[in-house]
Design a binder for this molecule. Structure first.
Ligand code: AHM
Ligand code: MG
Length: 334
C-alpha cells in the first residue's frame, strides 16, 4: 500500500506529535507549489519558460525566467493559508510580508526557488530548496532580524529535485524521508524512509576549474584523492560535479560522497558562493539527519549565527568521515 505525503505527515503528527497542524499545512502547500514548478520545468521550451529574464537578483546574478516563475509560484501558494508570517527568497532583495488581507501565522519560510539555474536551459536536474523557522516569540510584526536564526533552529527543511523523477526530500528533525511524484495520481508517494548516508565514500564533488584559487586544506584533500591507490588514502576516488547543489546532494543521500563549495581566492571577501540561510542550512540539516555532516571547514554550519539574510558560506557536506577529514585539514592549517 502506498503512503502519500499527506498521510505521512498526519501519521508523524499523531505518533510523534512534532508536526503541529499549521506546519503540516505549510509543508503540504510547499509540496503543491513544487508540483506546479515541476510542471513548468517539464514543459520547457513548449511553455516558453526557458532563457533569461534579463534581470538581476540582489546578489547580482542574472535571473532566468524559471527562477522568477518558481519564486512567484511559491509566494502565491503560501501567502493566503494563514500559516506564515513572512517569506524570504534568493530571488528577492528583502523579506516578503504576508499581505494584511490574509491571516498571519507563526512560521517563516525561506527558499531558493530554483537551484542550479545554469542547468535550466540544458535540461539537467534542478530543484527547489526550502527551510522553515518559527517566528521568535514576543516579536510584534516581522522584520528581517526575525529570520537571522542559526540552522539548528529550523523546524523543517527539504528540497524537491526536478530530474528524471520529481522527488521531494523532507526532514522535520526525525530522519529524512523521500517522496516520488506520481504524475497519474498527482501526489507525492513515500518511496524511502530513514535515509542514511554511508560514513565513508570514494566520491567527491567540487568544481575543479577553481583549483588554482583554493585554500591549502582543500588542495591537500583533493590532491590526496587524486593520488588514488598509490597515495596516502590507498584507494581510487571518483568525481562528479552537476553544478546543481540539489542534484549533488541527492546523489550523496543516495550513495554517499562529499560535496564542497569552499571559500576561494577569486572573491576573498566573500565567505563562499552558496547562501547560508536557504541553501547550506536546509541541506546541512538534511545531511545531518541522514547521518552525515556539514561544516564550513571550521565548525558546524547549523551553529553559524547569521548576520544577513543573503549571507554566503563555505560548504563541505556529506559522508561523515570525509567531512571530518576536510575539516581537520582546515583546523591543522589554521
Ligand atoms: P544558483 O542558486 O544561482 O543556481 O547557484 C547555486 C549553484 C549550486 O546549485 C551549485 O552547486 C553551484 O551553484 C554551481 O556553481 P558553479 O557554476 O560555480 O560550479
Ligand atoms: Mg541556489
Amino acid at each position: 500500500m502506498s503512503i502519500s505525503l499527506t498521510r505521512y505527515l498526519v501519521e508523524q503528527q499523531r505518533a510523534k506529535g512534532h508536526i503541529p497542524s499549521e506546519l503540516r499545512l505549510l509543508l503540504e502547500v510547499v509540496a503543491r507549489a513544487c508540483k506546479s514548478i515541476s510542471q513548468a520545468v517539464n514543459k520547457g521550451a513548449l511553455g516558453g519558460v526557458l532563457g533569461s529574464a534579463h534581470s538581476e537578483n540582489v546578489q547580482g546574478e542574472v535571473q532566468k525566467k524559471l527562477d522568477i516563475i518558481a519564486n512567484e509560484v511559491l509566494i502565491e501558494a503560501n501567502e493566503w493559508g494563514g500559516h506564515l508570517a513572512a517569506m524570504a527568497s534568493e530571488e528577492m532583495d528583502s523579506i516578503y510580508l504576508v499581505p494584511n488581507r490574509y491571516p498571519q501565522g507563526e512560521y517563516l519560510l525561506l527558499f531558493d526557488p530554483l537551484d542550479g539555474s545554469s542547468n535550466i536551459d540544458v535540461n539537467v536536474s534542478i530543484g527547489t530548496i526550502f527551510s522553515v523557522l518559527r517566528k521568535p516569540e514576543g516579536s510584534l510584526g516581522v522584520s528581517e532580524a526575525d529570520f537571522l536564526q542559526p540552522g539548528a533552529a529550523q523546524v523543517a527543511a527539504g528540497y524537491c529535485i526536478y530530474g528524471p523523477q520529481t522527488t521531494l526530500v523532507l526532514t522535520v528533525g526525525d530522519g529524512v524521508a523521500m517522496f516520488t511524484l506520481d504524475r497519474e495520481q498527482g501526489s507525492f508517494v513515500l518511496t524511502q524512509e530513514d535515509v542514511q548516508i554511508p560514513a565513508d565514500t570514494k566520491e567527491f564533488a567540487i568544481n575543479m576549474s577553481n583549483m588554482r584559487h583554493w585554500d591549502t586544506p582543500v588542495k591537500r584533500y583533493i590532491d590526496e584523492c587524486l593520488q588514488g591507490k598509490e597515495g596516502v588514502r590507498g584507494k581510487d576516488f571518483n568525481m562528479r560535479w552537476i553544478a546543481s547543489m540539489v542534484a549533488d546532494v541527492h546523489r550523496i543521500l543516495t550513495r554517499g560522497g562529499v560535496f564542497m563549495y569552499p571559500w576561494d581566492k577569486r572573491e576573498p571577501n566573500k565567505p563562499g558562493k552558496l547562501r547560508l540561510m536557504y541553501e547550506a542550512n536546509p541541506m546541512g540539516w538534511i545531511v545531518e539527519q541522514a547521518g552525515g555532516a556539514a561544516t564550513n571547514g571550521h565548525g558546524r554550519i547549523l551553529d553559524i549565527m547569521p548576520q544577513q539574510l543573503h549571507e554566503r558560506v563555505s560548504v563541505i557536506l556529506g559522508s561523515r568521515n570525509e567531512v571530518e577529514r576536510v575539516t581537520r585539514y582546515h583546523q591543522e592549517s589554521a
